[in-house]
Design a protein around this ligand. Structure first.
Ligand code: KG4
Ligand code: ZN
Length: 344
């Protein structure tokens, strides 16, 4: 059974993991950089890249030690090769190339989004292609038909901001700190989701896409009006996002009748209100609902090692001159939508 070392460094998480092709996670180490970015209220690319350089070598050693394996025993080295903040992606990819070269192992260049897309399989062995995936993170908000390893049909994307980005901006507006998603979720627990009238952009629309920019502006106006408690704004905002995600996902299920399951992945999939609403939607459609455990939703290297394991087993390895890419769509045939996928 293939044993893969995976490396992730595309945003503000430095991570290394060892995963086997039969889904055993032997080690998964994640080092966050929240403290370094917190003063700026968002991820600073140069700071992130420097932090990856400083953290990654020790993190890989710790992961190998935890798994009880030597580099010589792994079958391939997988790393995120994009999309993401290019400096960080380069740090992880170059490290993987060096290790692969030194140990005489193949390199597997993994698309970060493919890592998220396949991550639900790690905890749900029964999950089979094709499935409908809602991929919601800080940089992306997409609905994909996951048809096979390497074959993804994009059914919808955001025409402006990603859902996670809206969570992060809302947290900043409300002074809840960084990272924003979990902070908004905590505040929302003490608020009334019906307290603040907020828009649900594109809900009910015939076009398949998402939009969150108008919601973000409405949150700003609600905040500036001084009429609402931060908890009520947080709860109302979260409810609006949930309503948008559910409406758009329901529409996509109609466009993908072949789907055997409804699956959610990406950082926003860690949100309990989002998970609960999607669980209901799947039940109404008679489909199984699959969501990775919370730690596998946000960025990690186990999902990169797992995607690497599937690619390695399929003979899909990459040359050592494989470039790092800031942009790398999962479905190259999908039309480019206004402003989509731009990570702040
Ligand atoms: O997948 P991820 O770790 O990184 C990207 O590839 O973007 O997703 C991070 C995003 C951030 O925007 C963060 O605020 C959001 O996921 N997030 C959440 C929660 N946990 C993380 N959003 C809402 N509720 C959460 N509990
Ligand atoms: Zn991610």
């Amino acid at each position: 059974m293939g044993l893969i070392l995976g490396i992730e460094s595309s945003c503000d998480e430095t991570a290394a993991a060892l995963v086997t092709a039969d889904r055993r996670i032997l080690a998964s180490r994640i080092a966050g950089q929240e403290a370094a970015h917190a003063p700026y209220g968002g991820v600073v690319p140069e700071i992130a890249a420097r932090a990856h350089v400083e953290i990654l070598p020790d993190l890989i050693e710790a992961a190998l030690a935890e798994a009880g394996v030597q580099l010589a025993e792994v079958d391939a080295v997988a790393a995120t090769a994009g999309p993401g903040l290019i400096g960080g992606v380069m740090v992880g990819l170059v490290t993987a190339k060096g290790l692969a070269l030194a140990a005489g192992k193949p390199l597997v260049a993994v698309n970060h989004l493919e890592g998220h897309a396949l991550s639900p399989m790690l905890s749900a062995p029964e999950l089979a292609f094709p499935y409908l995936l809602l991929l919601v993170s800080g940089g992306h908000c997409q609905l994909l038909s996951v048809e096979a390893l390497g074959r993804y049909r994009r059914l919808a994307t955001t025409i402006d901001d990603a859902a996670g980005e809206a969570f992060d901006k809302t947290a900043k507006l409300l002074g809840l700190g960084f990272p924003g998603g979990p902070a908004v979720e905590r505040a929302a627990a003490d608020g009334d989701p019906g307290a603040v009238p907020l828009p649900r952009p594109l809900v009910g629309s015939a076009e398949p896409h998402f939009s969150f920019a108008g919601l973000k502006s409405a949150v700003l106006r609600a905040r500036e009006s001084g009429r609402y408690a931060a908890e009520d704004i947080a709860a109302s905002f979260q409810q609006a996002v949930v309503d948008c995600l559910v409406d758009r996902t329901a529409r996509a299920l109609g466009a993908a009748p072949e789907a055997t399951a409804l699956v959610v992945a990406g950082g926003v999939a860690a949100n309990r209100a989002v998970r609960a609403a999607l669980t209901d939607l799947a039940a109404r459609r008679g489909l199984p609902f699959v969501a990775p455990p919370l730690w596998l939703c946000t960025d990690n290297a186990a999902m990169i090692a797992w995607a690497g394991a599937l690619r390695f087993e399929a003979g899909l390895v990459d040359p050592l001159d494989t470039p790092a890419r800031a942009r790398w769509p999962l479905d190259p045939a999908a039309e480019r939508v206004r402003g989509a996928g731009v990570k702040a």
